[in-house]
Design a protein around this ligand. Structure first.
Ligand code: ZN
Ligand code: ZN
Length: 329
């Protein structure tokens, strides 16, 4: 069973999941060898959620065959000498986004991408309802260098028994901003960016895609709902379609600007449980977003040593290039 271990020095939590060492990588062999392609469904664990299409399934959510977290058992804290541990309880799903082996974010129709977004939101809400779950991480790795072991288009949903420190950091900052300004810091940021325009890639009445003011990586782009929304679980079907329009257009623009570069898509959202007092009203102060981070540079010694990133592309320049490449869909 996987296990969380806390680094005594930094306080960072790490998942020890030795079974994942055995996960296979694609070695060519075409679609017949792919466990995510139609007719190979028995090669994955049974689906926990299926969206039916006109001719068979359209989107399938299956438990990861090589999970970093497992749904059995209770959350139990342990101690080994000075060290803290926690059982690796949680969920690790794979969202097989399409029956088509060769499609992806930039090539789905808006309708199909909207289905994927709706499945994310539905599964998010299912997992959030489990009392052991405190945070749900949705992510998408594209390309071997970004951590993907399979070519078939897929994303992952991981449900965790605590709120990770990286998320706590943002919740603390959002709460502190709220306490001082009586406003959501993300809403204020969006308002400023729409006014300033320099870092906007595209925007409509529902979503904005923008380069953040201080991106760690070249061409890092954030998608945020324009109207205040704390949790991704609040995304409805109209929202899923609006999000798909912006995400699809951004993926296409990214492809034509930096080609098919490996990238990660990372959701940042509020915790699933009622928030403890330390963060105040998360519902008012936090605001979810989706980050697209192309792997155009590799964090090296300086970044590992200091946590300070050196970015060789300004967000204003990146946004300008992406904006020029946007074709509305
Ligand atoms: Zn496939
Ligand atoms: Zn807001």
């Amino acid at each position: 069973m996987p296990e969380f271990r806390q680094d005594l020095v930094t306080g960072d939590w790490v998942i020890m999941a030795q079974d994942r060492a055995h996960r296979p990588y694609d070695h060519g062999g075409g679609n017949s060898a792919c466990p995510f392609c139609p007719h190979n469904e028995e090669r994955t664990p049974p689906a926990v959620l299926t969206l039916e299409g006109d001719t068979g399934w359209s989107v399938r959510v299956v438990p990861n065959k090589y999970p970093a977290l497992t749904p059995e058992g209770a959350v139990v804290d342990g101690r080994i000498g000075p060290y803290a541990t926690r059982t690796g309880v949680g969920f690790h799903d794979v969202v097989v986004e399409s029956p088509e082996h060769d499609l992806g974010l930039a090539t789905y129709t808006v309708e199909h991408l909207a289905q994927v977004m709706a499945v994310w939101a539905e599964r998010y809400s299912q997992l959030a309802a489990d009392p052991r779950v405190q945070y749900v991480q949705i992510l998408r790795n594209h390309g071997r260098r970004a951590g993907a072991s399979r070519e078939h288009p897929h994303s992952q949903i991981m449900a965790m028994p605590f709120v990770p420190d990286r998320v706590r950091l943002e919740l603390n900052r959002a709460h502190s901003y709220w306490s001082t300004h009586n406003a959501c810091m993300f809403c204020e940021m969006i308002e400023h960016e729409l006014e300033a325009e320099a870092r906007i890639v595209m925007a409509d009445s529902e979503f904005v895609a923008m380069a953040p003011f201080a991106p760690k990586m070249p061409f890092e782009t954030w998608i945020l709902p324009v109207r205040h929304q704390a949790s991704f679980g609040q995304l409805d079907s109209a929202g899923a379609t609006a999000l798909a329009r912006v995400l699809g257009a951004l993926a296409k623009a990214m492809n034509s600007t930096v080609s098919d570069v490996p990238h990660n898509l990372v959701l940042r959202t509020s915790p699933t449980q009622a928030a403890p007092d330390e963060w105040g009203s998360v519902h008012n102060s936090y605001h979810w977003r989706l980050e697209m981070v192309p792997r155009l540079s590799t964090p090296a010694g300086f970044e590992i040593g200091t946590g300070v990133f050196v970015n060789v592309a300004t967000p204003e320049d990146a946004a300008k290039q992406l904006k020029t490449a946007i074709c509305p869909v």
